[in-house]
Design a protein. Structure first.
Length: 248
């Protein structure tokens, strides 16, 4: 095929794909607004053939990212440094409270595998959300970016002070002794994103139950590889985002 025809065909595909992605965004925005008007939580679903949003449908690849549910752990009050350190350990070991709603609705047999972090709060959330109908594949690539309580006098402070300050210092490149650095965490997130892309390329759909900061980094990496965020979940517990890519 002559080069100019290849160029024209390529531009036509880009225009069509862009329009279809825009339609998907509009669909989910309107659906979420309707749920909000009805006073109901919004459960995300994959784009389905019957929605008539993508043609041909088999060119569509989709990834859903879910943040874990609320950990079954007291997060209120004032903590000493030692108590805050213990909280971090407990936070990575406890389960989660009963889910107030289903974050994702799946058709029977729609997927067979759900990826999860190796940390309990993500694993428990996955099982509560999807039950025994799917296979769960745990992978340390999907664990949350590490955090440790920074050195400070052992005074009683609000728990949020310990958690936020420790994370900010880590993001600034300090407070990283004995844990992975921000650079190392970002490299891991790139590998995690590629694992999801590989699965979605083969199976058309992928689901991950993981963590807030990790999921945010995954969105960034997926966008860099041509994916579009059509439904932004936010940062709350059970925050659910949907990303899509339309292939030629």
């Amino acid at each position: 095929m002559p080069r100019f025809l290849v160029f024209i065909v390529g531009m036509f595909f880009i225009q069509v794909a862009t329009a279809q992605v825009k339609n998907i965004k509009t669909f989910y925005k309107l659906a979420e607004e309707e749920a909000e008007k009805a006073g109901q939580p919004f459960s995300v679903s994959f784009v389905q053939p019957g929605m008539d949003l993508v043609d041909p449908y088999d060119t569509l690849e989709q990834i859903i990212l879910i943040r874990h549910g609320e950990p079954a752990l007291n997060k209120r009050g004032w903590f000493t440094r030692k108590e805050a350190m213990q909280f971090i350990k407990d936070y990575d070991s406890v389960g989660v409270e009963p889910l107030p709603y289903q974050p994702v609705l799946l058709a029977p047999g729609e997927i067979d595998t759900v990826y999860t972090s190796t940390i309990n709060r993500a694993k428990y959330t996955g099982k509560l959300a999807f039950g025994a109908a799917v296979h769960y594949q745990e992978d340390p690539l999907f664990r949350e970016f590490e955090r440790k309580i920074f050195g400070f006098p052992n005074l009683k402070m609000p728990l949020k002070f310990w958690l936020v300050t420790s994370r900010v210092l880590w993001l600034m490149g300090t407070n990283k002794k004995d844990i992975e650095s921000k650079k190392e965490a970002n490299q891991r997130a790139q590998q995690a994103a590629q694992k999801l892309i590989d699965h979605a390329t083969k199976q058309k759909k992928a689901i991950l139950v993981a963590h807030g900061l990790l999921n945010r980094s995954l969105v960034k990496n997926l966008k860099n590889q041509g994916w579009t965020l059509v439904r932004k979940g936010g940062s709350k517990y059970l925050a659910t985002s949907l990303l899509v890519r339309i292939r030629p």
